[in-house]
Design a protein. Structure first.
Length: 595
């Protein structure tokens, strides 16, 4: 392996593909700008030129260069054609490892992220989607709402293709590369504008006349709704598409999202709510049909029952199928509850505790909870007494009597960690988890340590292990049916997931490390063996089959703060956007090749 080039070393043109035409004329200038990240060099490079002049050819040549040159390697390339602000943010967040984020949340993440960002934006002049008389259809809206705030971040540099427009001309000191107006040698004029043919006429029909969007050409799936917005009878043509579940599964998620942003357009009941939840994930071009249907079905369960019923047969072909959804029920903590209290115990943002019906997600009763306490974690004894981890990092026992075993055991655990935190603030508890069978409980702390306790009997001290070099964000544990040992699972802000069999030394390396952090964990013994669910802040959950080490990743349609996993592989996901449950198919998850 050859050594990486020094940061101040000029780019070696021979490391890029052979130059010809536009890349020969303008490639050196583009590389010179990209390689110079000094403070006195412009952070914005505008790529100008008429249609067909070779702008895309030049950017493609640039992207085919070596990836071991940090200054000339883009961190994200987001073609802006047909994207409005939200859709651009979703794709940029995906490429940067944050997951599909709304523009304001993306800007918050980038503001906090100290790493440099080199961004390529092809076709900014073709940005915009939705009704032509609304702002999201204009490229200038994307500039104003997202690109300018991005460029104001001092670590952002960008190459932006603006065609022959004046977009971003007002940015002070921007450099420009103008490739001219003459067509480059490889330019092939488009066959014709898509408005000249009826795209819905290209969609095959079933014997009873229904559109077969699964067999439709890509152009029809992508642009049928755009064309409908321009038709003389807009209301009818748009409604035909928005009421067709087949189109919602196969059509452009971005086009639908832009259309639904127009409150003048009538829609089926609940569709706007469904799309707000599902569109960020549905906009991922890598998703297959069945996965799109499963995500859309999950969102529809809580807002559009008729759509959910239609999608169910297709959604059931996926490794997960939503069982219920409660977008009106935000939660901060979940845990399996003892018999008689319901299968799950949940806390809401105001601190209220309630058992949940696992079949419907409905609250089945109220549970007494201390006033003013907002739990981020819950552990429950068999007698119903609880240990709460509050949002301040304090541990709060909840018992029916100030005396007895529960009060002694839980009070001692709370006092132990309270005293530790007073002497060593870095040992403040940050995560709480529990084995769903034995009740064994694990705590994570700010230093990166984990502490294992039994809740049913008194022990003076926990079994402890320093597993991470950053604050622990989630913990879980499992005790085998034969009660031989307890397996502890933990994750931290450094993006690592660790396993520790409590009777032995921890594994020397993390079992997983990603440029993201874990927000929740849950584990269970299932008919397929022990399973671990790990929710990440980039809107993914990783499902581990612990015996084989196989992992299957699933997208999430809502932010996750807490997980609960049953032996039947029902996964309950909770957070500020609501609570929903998935039925997992273990055979498809771990015993079939992934798509």
């Amino acid at each position: 392996m050859s050594p990486a080039p020094a940061l101040d070393e000029p780019p070696d043109l021979t490391a890029w593909p052979p130059r010809d035409g536009v890349s020969a004329a303008h490639g050196p200038a583009l590389l010179d700008w990209a390689a110079d990240a000094s403070a006195d060099r412009a952070r914005l490079c505008l790529l100008r030129g008429a249609r067909g002049s070779g702008k895309s050819h030049l950017l493609t040549w640039f992207l085919l260069g070596p990836t071991d040159r940090p200054r000339t390697t883009p961190h994200a390339t987001v073609p802006a054609a047909g994207l409005f602000t939200d859709a651009f943010a979703w794709e940029l967040g995906r490429q940067l490892g944050y997951g599909p984020l709304a523009p304001d949340r993306l800007l918050d993440r980038l503001t906090a992220d100290q790493r440099p960002l080199l961004l390529l934006v092809p076709d900014l002049h073709l940005a915009g989607r939705g009704p032509a008389d609304l702002l999201p259809a204009q490229p200038s809206t994307l500039v104003r709402e997202l690109l300018l705030p991005l460029l104001r971040l001092p670590r952002t540099r960008a190459v932006v293709e603006v065609g022959d427009t004046d977009l971003l001309d007002a940015w002070p000191g921007a450099e420009s590369i103008d490739v001219g107006a003459a067509p480059h040698a490889g330019y092939v004029p488009p066959a014709g504008a898509r408005g000249t043919q009826d795209l819905t006429a290209l969609v095959p029909r079933s014997d009873d006349g229904r559109p077969r969007w699964d067999l439709a050409p890509a152009s029809a799936r992508e642009h049928a709704l755009d064309q409908a917005l321009l038709s003389p009878d807009t209301r009818r043509t748009v409604r035909e598409l928005l009421t067709d579940p087949g189109f919602l599964v196969h059509g452009s998620a971005v086009s639908v999202a832009a259309c639904l942003a127009d409150e003048r357009i009538p829609t089926p009941p609940g569709l706007r709510q469904v799309w707000r939840a599902a569109a960020p994930q549905l906009s991922d071009p890598r998703l297959g049909t069945v996965e799109r249907a499963a995500l859309l079905h999950t969102a529809a369960l809580g807002a559009s029952p008729a759509l959910a019923r239609y999608l169910l047969p297709l959604a059931e072909q996926h490794p997960f199928t939503a069982v219920w959804a409660r977008p009106d029920a935000p939660r901060t903590a979940l845990t399996p509850a003892p018999d008689g209290m319901g299968r799950l115990l949940a806390a809401d943002p105001l601190g209220a505790l309630a058992p949940l019906d696992p079949a419907t997600g409905a609250d089945t009763a109220a549970v007494a909870a201390p006033r003013g306490v907002r739990p981020d974690g819950i552990a429950v004894r068999r007698d119903g007494s609880m240990l709460l981890l509050t949002d301040t990092g304090a541990l709060q026992p909840v018992t029916s009597s100030p005396e007895g075993t529960a009060a002694v055991v839980l009070g001692h655990i709370a006092a132990h960690h309270g005293h530790l935190t007073l002497r060593h603030p870095e040992l403040r508890p940050t995560a709480l988890g529990q084995c769903p069978v034995s009740g064994t409980t694990v705590l994570g702390d700010e230093q990166g340590g984990v502490h294992l306790w039994a809740l049913d009997t008194y022990h003076p001290n926990p079994r402890s292990q320093l597993l991470h070099t950053a604050p622990v964000t989630a913990v879980a544990c499992l005790t085998p049916p034969d009660d031989r040992d307890t397996l502890v699972m933990s994750a931290a802000l450094d993006g690592t997931v660790r396993l520790w069999a409590a009777s032995a030394d921890p594994l020397p390396e993390p079992v997983e490390a990603r440029p993201a952090f874990v927000t929740a964990m849950a584990a269970a013994h299932s008919t397929h063996g022990p399973v671990l669910a790990v929710a990440w802040d980039d809107a993914r959950v990783h499902l581990w089959h612990l015996r084989t080490g196989r992992v299957h990743a699933l997208p999430l349609i809502a932010r996750c703060r807490a997980l609960a996993l049953s032996p039947e592989l029902h996964l309950t996901i909770a957070g500020p956007d609501g609570t929903y449950a998935l039925r997992l198919d273990g055979s498809r998850l771990w015993h079939q090749p992934s798509d």
